[in-house]
Design a protein around this ligand. Structure first.
Ligand code: NI
Ligand code: MN
Length: 227
């Protein structure tokens, strides 16, 4: 699967011809100022939770691309009111078969208010299974034993985990999470964007390589084929 990083927690994953965009927060991100959001045309937008640093560009991109927005019921309803007509509501523990594969909305330990103060339901993550492979997009979360459930139903090729600390788990806990989910290939997210979450890249990669795992830290705008 081709994985493109747009900064912070925003990734596009291509499964065949289908583009899935996760948690678009690009235009306010100084580190991502080279990225032109008008050129991003996903088929689906998956939103883990309601915080602004995960949804800022979702409305604009959903409208320009005619994308279907997938999130929990509270968040899809909030976007419906903003004129995003194509949405698919889910809730924790539920799965749905889309044309690109199966999505399960799984637990995250975090919070999820929307920017205007509306209730955003509980935060989540996504497990995506497809013909090209399976991956877990954790969203913002603490380390949690709930992650141990994932390998009971899915063999993961890779996982996108937060590593920035302060708002989410840190690198050491992400190493433990990679054990819980039984996955050797981890893509880091939710680091460096703000002062609170700056990390030492080499130190982080070494912590994974010591456990014979790989931490990929993609450059913003970079696309990598991950199998
Ligand atoms: Ni958050
Ligand atoms: Mn966040």
């Amino acid at each position: 699967m081709k994985v493109t990083y747009f900064g912070h927690a925003c990734f596009q994953v291509e499964i065949g011809e289908t583009k899935l965009l996760f948690d678009p927060f690009i235009s306010p991100n100084e580190l991502a100022k080279e990225i032109d959001i008008k050129a991003i045309m996903p088929d689906y937008i998956l939103i883990s939770h309601g915080h602004e640093d995960h949804i800022f560009d979702a409305e604009a991109i959903a409208k320009q691309a005619g994308a279907t927005l997938i999130s929990n019921f509270e968040i899809t309803s909030w976007f419906n009111k903003k004129g995003v007509t194509k949405t698919h509501p889910m809730n924790h523990g539920g799965s749905w078969n889309f044309d690109f594969g199966k999505v399960k909305y799984v637990n995250a330990v975090h919070s999820s208010s929307l920017p205007d103060g509306s209730y955003g339901g509980n935060p989540g993550g996504f497990v995506v299974e497809s013909k090209e492979g399976n991956f877990y997009y954790a969203g913002d979360t603490a380390l949690t034993f709930d992650m141990k459930l994932i390998p009971r139903f899915t063999n993961l090729n890779f996982a996108i985990l937060p590593i920035g600390d302060n708002f989410t788990m840190d690198v050491d806990e992400a190493v433990i999470a990679s054990d819980f989910i039984d996955c050797k290939q981890i893509v880091g997210m939710h680091y460096d964007t703000f002062g609170f979450i700056e990390i030492n890249h080499n130190e982080a990669k070494e912590k994974f390589s010591k456990k014979e795992k790989e931490l990929l830290l993609l450059k913003i705008g970079q696309t990598q084929d991950i199998k």
